[in-house]
Structure formats: structure tokens, C-alpha cells
Design a protein around this ligand. Structure first.
Ligand code: PYC
Length: 311
């Protein structure tokens, strides 16, 4: 019977389950090459780790791999209920908390190899982590789609390590009690955006006024629909990176100025940008907590051994 050792954490309410040992051998290439091997030869492990009955649609999974770049502390591949993520901001903050829990890192800077490039994460003395993400940019401003029964919806297409469609002007309330409506409408937005020539977009982000009235406050509140139709409980690190790219392009955020992005659950990420040619380099800061450590057991006699999935 096969066994995998996993460590669970959550970052601003969004869970991450990291396979720290026992995973399949993915070859000796770069993390992008290892992802290609994982996807083509071992995809059932992805489903087994995150899907029911061991997981749920909300869970983001990750597998720790050997980095090809020796300057990196770790390599990581992120995945979810339907596939793979290029980068994952909340997951990287979760990874840093997990590596600290495993006593593999101490406060300071750590380079992490992902399939879409190397990111630098800093573990701070207070337990929070900052992730200097991959270069992010807005691809297209002001794309309008038509939704039957709703009308025109306008947003921006931007990259922050994953592809997003970001909508600022709308009338939906970003409230936990409204998640079913938000999920339905963002799912429809995604299909319309994909059909309009942006098939790469697989995350939809709605923005509204902030709710958190803490000392530091927040600048904005969001709802983020992930590719497998679950919503992000955190403000979404890659989604906040895409937002920062749009704000910077619009002249609404200066390098070094802090943007506080609140999630629909009330958790907050802080973001700043550095300008870099036509792109920005975003840094996202948040806090993760390790909340479980377990052995996943793969019994070949179990009909649900590889997870329940639609595909
Ligand atoms: O934090 O980047 C993120 C993320 C992507 C999907 C879920 N969380």
C-alpha cells in the first residue's frame, strides 16, 4: 500500500496540502519539466491528494520537488481539483510556513523554483511571509462581454502567475452570504471571456469596497473564482499581483506604496510593486498556519483510492 506524507496549512483561510515525501519520481529536469511528467504520467496522484474523499474542491495541493536551480531552497508544483497552477501566492506562503514547521528554513530570504519561474519568499520574524512573485502585467484593459439577463460586464485581462479577468464595476455584493450568486455569475463571466478570445483566463476576480475596519484598514475586497469553481478564501496572491499590475498601469499605485487586499472571508494580503520594464514585480505579504500533518494511504482495493473527479 502506498503512503504519502502531507502537511496542511491555511493562508488567510485558503487551505494548502503539501506532499512532502512519498510522491512519484518526476525526473531530474527543471520544475516545469517535472510538472510535464507529473501531468502526463501521475495525474491520478493530484486527484487523490485534493479531491474527495481525502480532500475537497477548496483544497490547493502541492508537491515538494528537488529544484533544478541549486540556489533554490525548494521546488514546488501547485495543483487543484481540476489541474495545475503556474504559481500560487497563498500556497507559497503556506509552503514557507510548512518548511519552517519542518525546521528546513529559518527567517530570511528563500528562492523557490515554480513551473513559471523562480520566486523569492521571505520568512519574517513575526511568522508572516512575503513572496516576490513572477513579473506581472496587464494584457488588455477594458474587455467587454455580454451576459444574457445581466448585460455588459467590463474587465481587464492580466497575468500574476495565473491568468485573471478583473472586474471593478458591477453591482454584486461581495459577501459570504452571496457566494452562490457570485460563483454562478463569475463562472458565466469566465465562459464569455474565454469565448471572446481569451481562452487562457481561468480565474475571475470581482472587486468591491473593503469591510475590514482594523487599524490599517484595507483598500479593496475581492471574490476570486478558481479554475475548478471553488472560490479563494484568501485574497489570492496571484490575483492580487494581477490587480497590482492594473493599478500600476492606471497610475493608481506607486512603487513601494502598500495596497491592502481583503478577501471575501476578511483576511488581508499586503502588496507592493517594483517597476521592471513593461512589467511589475509584485510582492505579496500574508500569514499561514500549519494545521495538520498526516499520512495519506492508497489502498488498491479502495474504489475511491484516486479521488472522485468529473474527468
Ligand atoms: O493565492 O495565488 C493564489 C491562489 C491561486 C489559486 C488559489 N490561490
Amino acid at each position: 500500500m502506498k503512503e504519502l506524507h502531507v502537511i496542511d496549512s491555511h493562508t488567510g483561510g485558503e487551505p494548502t496540502r503539501i506532499v512532502v515525501s512519498g510522491g512519484p519520481y518526476l525526473g531530474g529536469g527543471t520544475v516545469a519539466e517535472k510538472l510535464a511528467v507529473f501531468r502526463s504520467a501521475h495525474d491520478r496522484f493530484r486527484s487523490a491528494v485534493v479531491n474527495e474523499p481525502r480532500g475537497s474542491d477548496v483544497l490547493v495541493g502541492a508537491i515538494l520537488v528537488e529544484p533544478s536551480d541549486r540556489s533554490c531552497a525548494a521546488g514546488v508544483i501547485f495543483f487543484n481539483n481540476v489541474g495545475y497552477l503556474g504559481m500560487c501566492g497563498h500556497g507559497t506562503i503556506g509552503l514557507i510556513a510548512t518548511l519552517q514547521y519542518m525546521v528546513k528554513i529559518r527567517p530570511g530570504e528563500h528562492r523557490i523554483e515554480t513551473p513559471v519561474g523562480i520566486v523569492t519568499a521571505t520568512l519574517h520574524e513575526d511568522g508572516s511571509a512575503s513572496v516576490k512573485n513572477v513579473p506581472s502585467y496587464r494584457k488588455k484593459k477594458g474587455v467587454t462581454i455580454e451576459l444574457r439577463g445581466i448585460g455588459a460586464v467590463t474587465g481587464d485581462v492580466a497575468w500574476g502567475g495565473n491568468w485573471f479577468f478583473l472586474v471593478e464595476n458591477h453591482s454584486w455584493a461581495i459577501e459570504l452570504g452571496n457566494v452562490d450568486q457570485l460563483t454562478e455569475v463569475t463562472w458565466r463571466i469566465r465562459q464569455a471571456v474565454n469565448a471572446q478570445g481569451y481562452p487562457e483566463v481561468d480565474h475571475i476576480e470581482l472587486f468591491g469596497p473593503p469591510k475590514v475596519k482594523r487599524a490599517k484598514g484595507a483598500d479593496s475586497r475581492n471574490f476570486v473564482l478558481c479554475p475548478g469553481k471553488a472560490y479563494d478564501r484568501s485574497p489570492c496572491g496571484t490575483g492580487t499581483s494581477a490587480k497590482l499590475a492594473c493599478l500600476y498601469d492606471d497610475g493608481k499605485l506607486r512603487p513601494g506604496q502598500v495596497w491592502r487586499q481583503e478577501s471575501i472571508t476578511g483576511s488581508v494580503f499586503e502588496g507592493t510593486v517594483e517597476a521592471s520594464g513593461g512589467h511589475i514585480i509584485p510582492t505579496i505579504r500574508g500569514r499561514a498556519y500549519v494545521n495538520a500533518e498526516a499520512k495519506l494511504i492508497f489502498d488498491p482495493a479502495d474504489p475511491c483510492c484516486w479521488g472522485i473527479s468529473a474527468s
